[in-house]
Design a protein around this ligand. Sequence first.
Ligand SMILES: [Zn+2]
Length: 468
Amino acid sequence: MKIKLSFLGAAQNVTGSRHFLEANGVRILVDCGLYQEREFRARNWEKFPVPPKSIDAVLLTHAHLDHCGLIPKLVREGFQGRIYCTDATADITRIILLDSAKIQEEDAKFKRKRHKREGRKGPFPEIPLYTTEDANSCFPLFSTVKYEQPVRIADGVEASFHDAGHILGASMIKVDIGRNGDKRSVLFSGDVGRWGKPILQDPSLFEEADYVLVESTYGDRIHDKNEDISRTLAEAINTAKRSGGKIIVPSFALERSQEVLYHLNDLLTKGRIPDVKVFVDSPMAVNVTDVFKKHTDLFDDEMIERLSKGNSPFHFPNLKMVRTVNESKAINMMRGTFIVIAGSGMCTGGRVKHHLVNNISKPNTAVLFVGYQAAGTLGRHIVDGAKEARILGKKYKVKARIIRIHGFSGHADRDELMRWLSGLKKPPKKVFVVHGEAEAAHNFADYLIEKNGWQVSVPKYHDTVILE
Ligand SMILES: [Zn+2]
């Protein structure tokens, strides 16, 4: 029996997850993600290393763009097999891919115009990487699975999906290969979530696997466990209320917005914050929240108990979901203290920019950052303490209070990754450390070797290994 594994993305970097497994003549792609780091974005335009037509199936761990974002291109270029994932992942992926296609289309249009005006050519073609039509043609290929129920991918190849505790519907995938006693298993961690997070279940543990691919986004860091998210939120809101200011929360539409709602509802219910209105001003966040409402079976016990008492973080008297532009504009006319959760999370686009324009120069405003701010983004500029910010083409003085909450991370840190691996009763034949910047991945690999004495490697882009 010959099993070959190729690392076609998220190898010594964080985005573009894509692993290719060949076993018993069956060809499987695990994830097909978009590259988002500037230095690797050219790879999105490259020809697929494997002819899409020759791939039998895609196994999708979760709906984040760096895991699903190249599927429309794969399908357009000939992939005709099934795309296996959980129900919730299929629902959220649909929202994410349609949004991504729209951004690709708008970007191409904008670049065409700009390059024409400037009389030059950019590094990539001035056409969308994929269109809305391309995205729509993927959805009929989705084949949904349930957690813990193995599905037959082909003769002698079975896959099972297990809750990753990362975002709603996210999975760790175990692929079992072989027949008649000659068997191997390959475990793909996907993105490993965290223990004790609200709404979601804890990450699943595994007792055995021959080969393991483990992510390492925070493989050399430890999250601050003492940060009290509720207390920081409550303080920010109470202070803003006393001075009559507004609270702007730039937030990612998926998972983060729902988690912020969870905390706000909790604070309101316990009377720790005054009776202020909460707006979710992002059509995408509203759509994703609807998916959450549909998949209550995936919630953790605490959340299910909350719902059974009629207390939902996604439906409470002070909460208003905002879809239309007119409704969004109306928020800006309102006086007094309220909370607006709006995209994008790093203030690079979306409706949050309008709210910043209207409020960032007021000393009684609080801008509450709940997510990672990448270098070069408006969000990063603001959290780094800028006195002035350019928003929608105009400069504004930054007088608002800028507050950061770090504790929302959806990725396991080094100790949590070790906890996940500690479920294994005996050492795997080999562990491959993926999905981390080169330094984080190598540091985690070294740590794992030192602590457990296991066989560990950090593959490079395009590396191929034979799994004995
Ligand atoms: Zn993810």
